[in-house]
Structures are given as C-alpha cells and as structure tokens.
Design a protein around this ligand. Sequence first.
Ligand code: NDP
Length: 270
Amino acid sequence: MPKLFAIFGDPVSHSRSPLMHNYLFQALHVDACYTRVHLTDGSKLRDTFFSLGLSGANITVPHKEAAYEACDEVRGFATTIGVVNTIILEDGKLIGYNTDADGFMEAIKPFGTLKTVLILGAGGTAKALANRFLQDGYQVNVLNRSEERLNYFKDLDLSCEVPLMCDTWKSFVCKSYDLVVNTTSAGLKDDLYPAPKTMIEEILSHTTYVADAIYGKLTPFLLLAKQKELNYKDGADMLLYQGVLANHLFCEKQFDLKTTADFMQKSFLL
Ligand code: NDP
C-alpha cells in the first residue's frame, strides 16, 4: 500500500510541494504519493490527517500554529517557536517539526554574512525566522500590520542579548538593514504590499538584500526591489530546502540531503 502525504493550507492550489515530493518519489522508486488538501479550519487538521490515512504532511499558511496544537509531540526547533510545518505519523502519534527556518537560512547563504534583518510580518514564518536569526546573533527587527501578533516577539525580547525591535506601521522608524524579508501573505493572492508603499520604498532604500517567502510570482514588493536594482530572491529556494528537510523525514532519512535536493530541484524545471 503506497504511503500518502499531503500539504494543508488555505490557499493551497499554488503550492509546488506536491510536484517536488512526487518527482522524488517517482525518480527514486519510493512507494508514496503527495497531494494537496484545502483546509479552511485549522482545528480540523488532526481529524483530517487521520481520516485521509496520511503518513505525513506539510502545513502552510495559515495553519502552522494550529498544526503545533494538533501534534502529540513536537521535536527540535519547532518546540522553541510553537510553529509546525511538517508532521510525521509515528506509532499512531503525530510528531511535529519545523523545517522553514533551516530552509530559509540555506536559501540566503549566497547573500554572505549578514548582521541586521528586518522581518515584515509576525505570523508563523516570522516566528521561525526571528528565532533562528536571534540564535545566530543577528539584530532583528519585526514590522507587522497589527499589534496583536507582535506580543510574541515582545516576550522574546526578554530572553535575548541583542535587543529585538518590533513595530506596527504606526510606530515604525526606518533604520539600515542588511536584509529585509517579507513573510506576510501580502502579494500571495493579491497585489498588495506588505506595508504602505511609501514605507516599503523607504525600507528598500535602506537595505542591501531583499527576500520574499512567496514564490512562483514577482510580488509587488519584489518588483519594487527589482526596479531599485537591489539583490533579491523569491521564496523558491526556501521552498526547496524546507521541502528537502521534510522529505528526509518522510523517507526516514533513506536518501542523503544532497541527493534529495538534486531530485527535488529538477521538479522546478517541469
Ligand atoms: P501567517 O498566516 O502565520 O502570517 C501572515 C502574516 O502576514 C501576518 O503577520 C499578517 O499580519 C500578515 N499579513 C497578511 N496579509 C497582509 C496584508 N495584506 N498586509 C500586510 N500584512 C499582511 O502566515 P505564514 O507565516 O504561515 O506564511 C506567510 C507567507 O510565507 C505566505 O505567503 C506563505 O506562502 C509564505 N511561506 C513560504 C514558504 C516557502 O517555502 N517559500 C514557507 C513558509 C511560508 P496581521 O498579524 O496584521 O494579520
């Protein structure tokens, strides 16, 4: 009986994860299949996982925090951040992991050494990246549309050596950054900027590198970065590397990371 894996999200039709995982399964003769599940209510994740008979799953916007709640046990970096993007079924239990932060760090390696980063957004992806940046000694700034989600980052501030600045659009004062990364879903299924356009223009005038977690399209944010001739990248490499790490778990570490990455990358050419 083939193993079944899925990605849960809302929206989820844009996701390239099925293509990446299925390409590897087919190429390396793994008896498994990966599909999409459009899930609007995150509290139904656990029941849906079991009713579909899944062996594992990825979770995307906006259910990563709900996925943490759905798990019986959470391991590794996901325990620090309370955000799960990968679930494995182990002895009838749901085990949660987070591969987003490691995936993103791998993706920005070509940018070289960075010290200051501005994260746009304060959702699950922002939490993962902020924690990883802080662990690695970066100076972290978080800018979010609304106040509520910033509370998590304010609490983080108490436990880290380098001060973490977090602002809403109202309180934000632009500084200089090595990297600005958009982790909001603005631009995913609309043509919005992650903050008012004038603010984004100012930010882009004060940064060296620009990244967007969104992939498969040039968001208005990245288009502006391109027009300003900044060094930018979309979320495709982050997608690839978080997927490589997730697949490594799905396949019980049967293939090394380089082999997994090579095959998954080939699916981008389809
Ligand atoms: P969440 O739902 O957890 O967080 C969304 C964030 O976006 C919130 O901070 C929210 O602000 C903000 N936001 C939403 N709409 C707007 C808007 N119109 N203007 C400004 N801010 C807005 O999402 P995730 O963190 O899970 O995912 C965020 C994005 O990252 C998605 O587009 C997802 O596809 C992408 N992603 C890509 C990955 C990859 O592999 N390339 C991996 C992970 C995520 P507020 O608090 O005010 O509501």
